[in-house]
Ligand binder design. Sequence first.
Ligand SMILES: Nc1ncnc2c1ncn2[C@@H]1O[C@H](COP(=O)(O)OP(=O)(O)OP(=O)(O)O)[C@@H](O)[C@H]1O
Ligand SMILES: [Mg+2]
Length: 260
Amino acid sequence: MALLEITNLHVSLEDGTEIVKGVDLAVDTNAKHAIMGANGSGKSTFAYALMGHPAYQVTEGDIRFDGESILEMGADERAQRGLFLAFQYPHAIPGVTVTSFLRSAINAKRKAANGGEEDPIPVKEFRTSLLAAMERLRVPRELAQRYLNDGFSGGEKKRVEILQMAILRPELAIMDETDSGLDIDALRIVSDGVNRLAGPELGVLVITHYSRLLRYIKPNVVHVLVDGRIVRTGGAEVADELERDGYAPYGVEEEAIVGG
Ligand SMILES: Nc1ncnc2c1ncn2[C@@H]1O[C@H](COP(=O)(O)OP(=O)(O)OP(=O)(O)O)[C@@H](O)[C@H]1O
Ligand SMILES: [Mg+2]
């Protein structure tokens, strides 16, 4: 059984509109998967359902992580079990530095792993692992002392996300990369970070409309989502085809809408 196993997933909005209409997907560690789809195809809805966002109702099917259904778990518990959602902390948190944010995130995970008892990471160990991760990912030192997302550029937010991923060492990282806000700099930060962290202990699922991102990330498996269903699964060549031909071969009219 794969690390993440999604079977016949249906997701509806609060008003009952069905957006995701029966998705099957299995992602293992040591694999990079991409889901691509036109604007409005249901990518973010799918990602929110994986995260456990209360506004997105799973009406049918299952999401299993490490062999266990996570449908009844909140977002925090999913994260503590090793599922990382890059867009989980998009807000500025006044008065919390990047360093202290990362320390609380790691301590929350350690607490959960310790049966609910506090088990804070020793200061020296945290410092060593933070510095090592920053070096590996080429994150400037001064970023760690700034307040989280307070006036951060798109690229700086991405750096912190990737840093958070390095520190938390999730088993599976899911990233919903909208094309808005992904300038070339941010694009490189995300893809370099993913490429540096990917490996036998990490699975990656990148969700994007933006085939250009996949030129850098080079997924092994690409799925095409059209109107809430995966209509094609293949290798990296699928991303190349999409870059060349767009979604028209899948009966999708070319993007009238742009955005997030
Ligand atoms: N909270 C919501 N309230 C109302 N409609 C929603 C909500 N979330 C999603 N939708 C609708 O569901 C459909 C799918 O949206 P979703 O955001 O999942 O698409 P997407 O594939 O991520 O698109 P994009 O490439 O633009 O990010 C759209 O028609 C959208 O308007
Ligand atoms: Mg989206």
